[in-house]
Design a protein around this ligand. Sequence first.
Ligand code: NAD
Ligand code: TYD
Length: 352
Amino acid sequence: MQNILVTGGCGFIGTNFIRYVLAETDFDGRLVNVDKLTYAGNPENLADIVQTYYPQRYAFIQADICDRQAMAGIFANFEIDTVCHFAAESHVDRSIVAPDAFIKTNIEGTFNLLQIARQHLDRLVLFHHISTDEVYGSLGADGYFTETTPYRPNSPYSASKAASDHLVRAYSRTYGLPVTISNCSNNYGPYQFPEKLIPLIILNALEGQSLPVYGQGLNIRDWLYVRDHCRAVWAIMQKGTRGETYNVGGRCEMANLETVRLICDMLDEMVPGSHPGPRRDLITFVKDRPGHDLRYAIDFSKLQKELNWCPAESFETGIQKTIQWYIANREWVDRVRSGEYMSWVEQQYGNG
Ligand code: NAD
Ligand code: TYD
């Protein structure tokens, strides 16, 4: 692997992945980050990476993965030999309200990349596809998702990710593309857009705003600190068996209400005095999400056995780091929320 195309590198996990690979691994090639810069993509996340690594080790191109010509040009010009595909529309609630972009980016965009990768089979080392445990649907009180659990997606988001997983698998079987797929549970950590549960709750709790909990807060998610996900993806890219899927999880199941209460209690301890009374008082039960999956839980024994991967962070340590990051980066939060960073983008990169 010398020239890795990272799609969606200005989003939450992509940003963390780029930072991890360049700063913490022995990779000595170049990462080419292609991102459309939707509301969720922020190149400011990587401003210091540009300073340190551009142009030998890092390049950024603003482009849409659905744009065949642009993608073909990038593959050719940068002699791409590896793809790590993060780019997606990623928020379930948005997919319920406006599914079109999910079908376009997640399905057509992945198809487009696969078609171009196919034309470069001679030098393609790997196409790694990042996916979610949500493709498996919802669990009852018991059991875990394994790599052989049947797909039963319940939201437009998870259905679009399931479709993209199937395309990647099909291109491996039909055209011999060297692929790996990872299906990961819910991530949290620095740079997550504050529409997802954990950053939303941290920021609202800091600001004394109400903390919306869907339904009764009994839905369970399996939380993984984002750097651990990045470690897993990198391990799979290095040593994973081509054609295989790997589940990635945190062994950290919590009901949403428990998660929200824990964040409230930690903030009461870490930032005392900024709010009158316990922050738990801010919890507000709101209308449930339609088709809300009850429980996700991952069996990651395949990844553990084959690649010796295990989460390094517990929820207590990971959430503490996350809270500290959001407290220390209020300017980032303000800019991301206001959309102001688009003017920063225009300043840095022009209008396209
Ligand atoms: P994100 O929404 O924070 O970032 C997505 C990035 O993709 C953004 O930078 C956006 O600008 C870019 N993008 C969107 N459409 C594009 C297009 N058409 N062309 C080019 N770039 C485009 O998402 P995330 O949370 O970082 O998730 C990254 C990947 O990981 C996704 O594939 C998601 O399905 C998967 N995943 C996420 C989680 C999670 O908890 N966040 C868990 C498991 C899997
Ligand atoms: P989210 O972060 O949107 O991730 P996903 O839907 O992909 O699991 O939501 C995590 C859980 O938190 C999910 O069960 C929905 C719930 N939730 C709330 O209760 N309130 C909120 O404001 C949000 C955004 C999510």
